[in-house]
Design a protein around this ligand. Structure first.
Ligand code: MG
Ligand code: MG
Length: 265
């Protein structure tokens, strides 16, 4: 069942998603060789709770009933999504996808950004650029009158034209009072298919793009999704409210980008 949101509900979703954007920026400040993902997780959880919200990922049970132990999903290199924060230090040249979810005043935020750790290989940086660009192209497509399949079609065509792999098994989703609502938002698809996009539909769009083949497997921890060929994968996610002409991005990378710019100085 698809729930269309009122303007007031969209504002609530915006507040939750802006908090996610600010949390990702707190994490961005700390990302450097030597830091562990569990350190990042601790800072994120404190920041979320200090701002009156709950980290929605923590305790979230998967289909096997295994609760997620982190407040962030931290997926390093060949880990695609749902990596569990651990005490392994990040190394120079790694990439780490940080996915963050909040519940603020009963509404969910969900956004992810893939960061470089120190100096990253140019080919991997290009994977990150294309994945983020595909997200923005998907969002441009996600306007009133289009269909869910149009979003996936756009992301898939763009990424496959650059010879990257598009993960099929994990998808974006509707979002509202629940983190995962209908409809599913695949990153592949056929034009003109799937549910019609209407004003008030709020979606989390999250391309998961691989440098090599698109095949993935589940690690024995029951959560971490990895590429079969061991090549890196990138993941960027925004939550949007569908509108006519141009949809509104409720989450933000603005705070993250500010931190990254300051680091270069
Ligand atoms: Mg997410
Ligand atoms: Mg999501």
């Amino acid at each position: 069942m698809i729930f269309l949101k009122t303007e007031d509900e969209i504002e609530q979703l915006r507040a939750s998603n802006q908090l996610v954007g600010r949390t990702l920026a707190e994490v961005a400040k700390l990302i450097e060789p030597g830091v562990t993902t569990i350190q990042l997780d601790k800072v994120a959880e404190e920041f979320i709770r200090d701002n009156g919200a709950i980290p929605t990922f923590k305790g979230f049970k998967n289909h096997l009933g295994i609760p997620f132990t982190g407040s962030l999903c931290t997926s390093v290199n060949d880990e695609v999504v749902h990596g569990i924060p651990n005490d392994v230090p990040l190394k120079d040249g790694d990439i780490v996808s940080v996915d963050c979810g909040t519940l603020l005043n009963g509404f969910c935020g969900d956004s992810a950004y893939t960061f470089c750790v120190g100096e990253v290989d140019e080919t991997v940086k290009q994977l990150l650029r294309i994945t983020e660009a595909s997200l923005l192209k998907g969002i441009e497509t996600a306007v009133v009158g289009k269909r869910i399949g149009d979003i996936g079609y756009t992301i898939q065509q763009f990424c496959e034209s650059e010879s990257y792999g598009v993960v099929r098994e994990f998808v974006g989703h509707g979002i509202g009072r629940d983190m995962h609502e209908d409809p599913q938002v695949p990153n592949y698809g056929r034009r003109g298919t799937g549910p019609l996009l209407k004003r008030g539909l709020c979606l989390s769009i999250e391309p998961m793009i691989t440098q090599g083949k698109r095949e993935i497997f589940m690690d024995k921890d029951g959560w971490t999704v990895k590429t079969v060929d061991g090549l890196p994968a990138a993941h960027f996610e925004h939550t949007i409210a569908v509108a006519a002409g141009k949809s509104e991005i409720l989450s933000t990378f603005e705070y993250v980008e500010e931190v990254l710019r300051n680091k270069l100085k």
